[in-house]
Design a protein around this ligand. Structure first.
Ligand SMILES: Cc1cc2nc3c(=O)[nH]c(=O)nc-3n(C[C@H](O)[C@H](O)[C@H](O)COP(=O)(O)OP(=O)(O)OC[C@H]3O[C@@H](n4cnc5c(N)ncnc54)[C@H](O)[C@@H]3O)c2cc1C
Length: 513
């Protein structure tokens, strides 16, 4: 029987040599988990890696996770998946395990062609409303840091990591406590996943949008497509992501049960990477073994009961323009696997509460709240720049409350930035909480409120502003049979891994109930 052992070692220790010396009784080992503890580094303590290893002696074998993919389920028509983001693609992959072929409808282009559309947007301001940072094969996660960490607890997380490794991710993804793929790797992996699906009889229709649900007696029987055709199925997985505003409007009109939910909006803060590395890793900050430093900061305002927190941190990354509408600006972040750009960025966002910060009389008011901010940012860009550059100011300017005449520091963003007063974009409560949050973060991580760090706006699409209500056991819409709201857009995920897990959960339910 294999055994698990757990220990901490200095970050620069050679693991193999260490295990051979310390545990000579074991023949072999494999890493189950590896996490960095650099909490004492700013005070000079050497960072450590904490490992959990599975170890075996002679004549023993490593444990293996075996899954059973047998289920007696007949399909009159192939399951239909709307959206080829992580939720939709992992739903298809899971169906494939059972030998069930699916049809996938994706409004955007193939993963390997998306960059062509996106670079036109970043460099020339020409947005393709169907293929962009959020739309297209691979979904919103394709141009991301590819962080795979999730707060969701699920037995399927291991499956998701294993699948990523099977399709080309580094082995470490299966055991690191904070795995990430980087945008460059994730694009290749997604292409391999869709190639595998196609080779196994699944059909993916690209550049075709599902424009409407076909409904008969409170049952969704199919979808209308932008090419004028209708397509029918008894199982329709709606995995259109959090930016599918037109789909939200359609399903609201069709009386699919939904409710507004809280979300968060704010800015991207961008520091020179060396500043963050030194704040977090102290005198060890130049070591390649530690990589670009991460941080996670949060502050809860007791009086307003609102959180201000960092989100989707991209060490050694880039700030992106990630909008989907031609009259709005949205920012987000990404990094490549090496996390080696000269900057590190993160969202700094403030909780926006349904019924308090926007009215819930209309279920889509949260979406209007987001859009209003995005439109204001675009109007400012048109007025002071070219409608493409992103509004920005320094942390020093933001905290002092006034813009100075100095040029802005250099940014990683391929869209460029221009100086703007961000108080013109956000409601006052967002500005107040961001200011208070920055002051607190500067105490928690001394030097974080670095004068020359940039605040780039607006980060509005942190999560879906609505939940599409579904049955807790079968995951079917509570108002309409045969419709399975799925992933981030339906309000059941907040990231690549949790979206993938949600797709898998739905398939398991369809196969077994
Ligand atoms: C720039 C950026 C960086 C990110 N970084 C990370 C990160 O590092 N780690 C992390 O965990 N998460 C990250 N996220 C969030 C993550 O990408 C999402 O949580 C995840 O992709 C949600 O998966 P999903 O499948 O539910 O939806 P999506 O990924 O949004 O996919 C939805 C898909 O549906 C398609 N679609 C929409 N409407 C229609 C329609 N009507 N007809 C047909 N197709 C349609 C879209 O084109 C899209 O491909 C990032 C997001 C962005 C934008």
């Amino acid at each position: 029987m294999s055994k698990l052992i757990k220990f901490k070692v200095d970050f620069d220790v050679d693991l193999q040599a260490y295990v051979e010396t310390k545990y000579p009784e074991y023949l072999d080992y494999r890493i189950i988990s590896k996490s960095l503890d650099a909490r004492g580094a700013p005070r000079g303590k050497k960072p450590e890696f904490e490992y959990i290893l599975e170890v075996i002696k002679k004549n023993e074998e490593f444990s293996e996770l075996k899954e059973n993919y047998t289920a007696k389920k007949e399909f009159k028509s192939p399951p239909l998946i709307i959206g080829a983001g992580p939720a939709g693609l992992f739903a298809a992959l899971r169906f494939a395990e059972y030998g069930v072929k699916t049809i996938i409808i994706e409004r955007g282009d193939e993963a390997n062609k998306r960059m062509l559309h996106i670079s036109k947007y970043w460099k020339k301001g020409e947005l393709n409303t169907e293929s962009n940072v959020c739309y297209g094969e691979g979904g919103a996660g394709l141009f991301s840091d590819g962080k795979l960490i999730t707060r969701v607890k699920s037995d399927f997380i291991h499956y998701v990591m294993k699948k990523f490794v099977d399709f080309g991710a580094p082995e470490e993804v299966a055991y690191l406590s904070n795995p990430h793929l980087g945008s460059n790797k994730i694009r290749k992996i997604i292409t391999k996943i869709s190639d595998y699906l196609k080779e196994n009889g699944h059909i993916i229709h690209y550049n075709i949008c599902a424009t409407d649900l076909l409904i008969e007696n409170d049952k969704v029987i199919g979808v209308k497509l932008s090419n004028g055709k209708d397509i029918y199925s008894e199982h329709i997985i709606l995995a259109t992501g959090h930016s599918a505003t037109k789909m939200y409007e359609k399903i609201q009109a069709q009386k699919i049960a939904m409710k507004p939910k809280d979300f968060a909006v704010g800015v991207r803060v961008e520091h020179p990477r060396a500043v963050i590395d030194e704040l977090q890793h102290g005198k060890y900050y130049e070591s390649d073994l530690l990589g670009a430093a991460r941080y996670r900061l949060s502050h809860h305002d007791k009086e307003t009961d609102k959180g201000t927190y960092s989100f989707c941190m991209c060490p050694g990354g880039y700030v992106l323009s990630s909008g989907t509408e031609s009259d709005g600006i949205v920012v987000n972040g990404m990094s490549n696997y090496a996390r080696n750009s000269r900057w590190s960025n993160s969202a700094l966002v403030v909780t926006v509460k349904a019924d308090e910060d926007f009215s819930t009389d209309n279920v889509l008011s949260g979406m209007d709240f987001q859009r209003d901010i995005e439109i204001k940012a675009f109007e400012l860009s048109k007025k002071y720049a070219d409608g493409r550059a992103l509004p920005a100011m320094t942390v020093g300017e933001f905290l002092s409350g006034k813009l100075n005449n100095n040029p802005l520091p250099k940014t990683s963003s391929p869209s460029g930035i221009f100086k703007a007063d961000l108080t013109e974009i956000f409601p006052p409560f967002i500005i107040e909480h961001l200011r208070a949050g920055l002051e607190v973060f500067n105490v928690k991580m001394k030097g974080f409120a670095y004068d020359e760090a940039l605040l780039i706006a607006p980060e509005t699409r942190t999560s879906s502003p609505i939940t599409i209500l579904r049955d807790k056991v079968h995951f079917e819409s509570i108002s309409h049979k045969q419709l399975y709201p799925c992933g981030e857009g339906a309000g059941y995920a907040g990231g690549i891994t949790s979206a993938a897990v949600d797709g898998i959960k739905i398939v398991e339910s369809i196969m077994h109930y």
